[in-house]
Design a protein around this ligand. Structure first.
Ligand code: C2E
Ligand code: CA
Ligand code: CA
Ligand code: CA
Length: 280
């Protein structure tokens, strides 16, 4: 049995080795790409389902890869997961966003509340919260108009107590906190009793074709009910069709984002959109 075990291990380690090398290559490429300005913030508007107005934008990172074109985070996920790079990448994107917002207000425009994703690895860094708060202060950015998105898994396992303390100090600093992909992770509802967040985000997987299966509709109604019960607001992502937007509005969902409204866009696209004063 031992011999055959050894034989089975061989192809597995080869595959693992390839994945490790691929991840290391991406981390290296992103590290080099940062000073070259290859990483850029894109922005997707969030729409008030009752008024049709833009309430703010979620920043979604993009990588202008020198040979492979514009890439989504799935293509460079390991950069967000790498212990050393994730914090540098987060700080870099944060800086870019602050520069964009400063230019925007120079144009007399207001983007509303900006939501910023922080990976679990970056959130695990002991200095992440003071870094965010002091950067907001140095940019003289109104904290009220800044939201951090974390997934419920930041609370999972041994990290729960430090994570709760971080979320609390962010909120005490005036930054709002959204739980991303709510319902897809490992946290349980009892977590919500022990710490407060400002918003729940309904994951796209629940919004996809929820009319077809009754189950997903019940999940969405449940999440909206929970958010109301706890005094939180609720945003749905991945809204691609009019009937989804209508149903979400009827169920009491506050805001939504998705291709039905707009795809994530460059800074220039965001400027044009805000100038147009468009309502949905
Ligand atoms: P997420 O936070 O769940 O973001 C929503 C994703 O759904 C985004 O993918 C967005 O472009 C996409 N999306 C929005 N509306 C629609 C729609 O109607 N249809 C479809 N098919 N997709 C839609 P994206 O931009 O590729 O980002 C993927 C994930 O990468 C994000 O998922 C987020 O977890 C992560 N991410 C993006 N930017 C950052 C960042 O700056 N930092 C960190 N830590 N993570 C980021
Ligand atoms: Ca998000
Ligand atoms: Ca996510
Ligand atoms: Ca999601």
């Amino acid at each position: 049995a031992k011999n055959s075990g050894r034989n089975q291990v061989q192809p597995y380690t080869e595959k693992m080795g390839a994945a490790v090398i691929e991840r290391a290559r991406i981390v290296e490429e992103v590290s080099l790409g940062l000073p070259r300005g290859e990483l850029v913030p894109f922005y997707q508007p969030q729409i008030d389902l009752n008024t049709g107005e833009i309430t703010g934008f979620e920043m979604l990172a993009r990588w202008h890869h020198p040979s492979r074109g514009l890439l989504s985070p799935h293509a460079f996920w390991s950069a967000f997961e790498d212990h050393r790079l994730s914090l540098r990448l987060t700080a870099y994107l944060f800086d870019k966003v602050m520069q964009d917002l400063r230019r925007l207000s120079g144009e007399g425009l207001d983007a509303g509340c900006i939501a910023f994703n922080v990976s679990n690895i970056a959130f695990g860094h002991p200095k992440i919260v003071p870094a965010i708060l002091s950067a907001l202060r140095s940019f003289r950015y109104p904290v009220k108009k800044f939201e951090i998105e974390v997934t419920e898994d930041v609370l999972f396992g041994r990290n729960e107590q430090p994570a709760i303390e971080k979320l609390t100090s962010l909120r005490n600093g005036g930054v709002s906190v959204a739980l991303d992909d709510f319902g897809t992770g490992n946290a349980s509802l009892s977590h919500l009793r022990r710490f407060k967040v400002d918003k729940l985000k309904i994951d796209k997987s629940f919004v996809d074709d929820f009319n077809a299966g009754k189950g997903d509709r019940a999940i969405i109604e449940g999440i909206i009910g929970i958010s109301k019960g706890f005094g939180m607001s609720v945003t749905a992502e991945g809204v691609e069709k009019l009937d989804q937007a209508i149903a979400l509005k009827q169920m009491g969902c506050d805001t939504a984002q998705g291709y039905f409204f707009e795809k994530p866009m460059s800074y220039e696209g965001m400027i044009d959109l805000l100038r147009s004063g468009k309502k949905y």
